[in-house]
Design a protein around this ligand. Structure first.
Ligand code: ADP
Ligand code: MG
Length: 337
């Protein structure tokens, strides 16, 4: 990341970021003190923010493009989990001296590609110098029809628990990137690394689930921990069946070769898939959505029906194997403090 000194703050904004505000008049070409945005009738504004710090959330040598993809993905994944349609974002950059113009150009170009995919625009931000590591904060804004947001608290007993895509690729991809899966052949390792490095938030799925799913969350802390959040918020018990959890061919090879990696599948984060509860009657609609999006939606468990003997059982998650025997919960999702 070392190079010639970079351009001044305002030149950087004009060169890198103003192009990303095109098409949204309320962004005022990033030349005023703040953006002035239209609101949307009968909708609620959904707002989320996430910060990535070099050395904590991504390895030191991560390419600028992959950082841009991840920064947008982590935030859009939260909007997806609420059923919101993404609209805008703001960006705060704290940059040490060793970040040069080339890095900034690559970062901004990658953001430009991503934002086109999702139909969103940059509407403002802040750019500051820091003596610390690169620190990037993105705030994303989206819309959801009034009363329709997908909450964690909506799961009901008798619901089926679904996940999108495949689970565990993110956590296994990080291990592969760190050289901790030496036994895995390189095509499979590369697949997992790419899944970790370039997450695809399930933005269309989230919107499609509005009116269908009862409770929804994105899988960023790990499958067991995130299902735990739904169970706690909904006051229910969730039963997850290990053998139904969809694994990519690469993850399957990794776990079959090294069974303790099951813990990474259940406990690792960074998948950015959606986990949701839906009633049995939704199965037909979900099959149509899955076909339309070309995205597998897999039933992985259920929200337990109230049972006299088990009444009073605490909300939480149980994981069972093919024989019905209980699998210990993985050590809980990543916590900063
Ligand atoms: P200063 O902090 O020096 O007063 P501002 O923070 O007001 O400068 O930035 C000027 C304009 O540029 C504002 O419209 C602001 O939203 C925008 N801006 C600054 N940094 C970014 C960034 N990283 N991404 C997007 N817009 C930015
Ligand atoms: Mg500023």
């Amino acid at each position: 990341m070392t190079g010639p000194p970079r351009a001044g703050e305002f030149e950087t904004i004009a060169r890198c970021f103003t192009p990303l505000a095109e098409g949204e008049p309320g962004a005022l070409s990033l030349t005023d003190d703040a953006a002035v945005l239209e609101t949307m009738k009968n909708h609620r504004l959904v707002v989320t923010v996430d910060t990535l710090i070099r050395g904590i959330h991504f390895p030191q040598d991560t390419p600028a493009e992959n950082i841009a993809v991840r920064l947008l993905a982590v935030n859009l994944s939260y909007l997806a989990a609420m059923g919101a349609r993404p609209a805008h974002y703001t960006l705060s950059l704290a940059l040490p001296e060793d970040v040069d113009d080339i890095w900034l150009d690559r970062f901004a170009a990658a953001l430009g590609v991503e934002q086109q995919t999702y139909g969103i625009t940059l509407v403002g931000g802040d750019t500051v110098a820091t003596p610390g590591p690169v620190c990037l904060t993105l705030t994303a804004f989206g819309w959801v029809a009034e009363g329709k947001a997908l909450l964690r608290s909506g799961a009901r007993s008798g619901d089926t628990i679904y996940v999108s895509g495949t689970i565990g690729d993110g956590a296994l991809g990080l291990l592969a990137l760190q050289g901790k899966l030496p036994g895995l052949d390189s095509p499979h390792a590369e697949y997992l690394v790419q899944r970790f490095s370039r997450p695809r938030p399930r933005v269309e799925l989230g919107q499609a689930l509005v009116g269908i799913a009862h409770g929804c969350i994105d899988i960023s802390d790990g499958l067991a921990a995130d299902l735990g959040h739904i169970a706690t918020a909904s006051g229910v018990e969730a039963v997850l069946e290990w053998e139904r959890i969809p694994l990519s061919p690469a993850a399957r090879v990794a776990v079959e070769g090294t069974p303790p990696l099951r813990e990474s599948v259940l406990g690792g984060g960074d998948d950015y898939e959606l986990l949701f509860a839906a009633p049995e009657t939704a199965a037909g609609d979900l099959a149509l959505i899955s076909d339309r999006l070309g995205l597998p939606l897999t039933a992985v468990g259920r929200i337990a029906k109230p049972d006299k003997e088990k009444m009073g059982r605490k909300p939480g998650v149980r994981i069972v194997d093919g024989t019905g025997a209980e699998i210990p919960l993985p050590s809980s999702g990543y916590r900063h403090f």
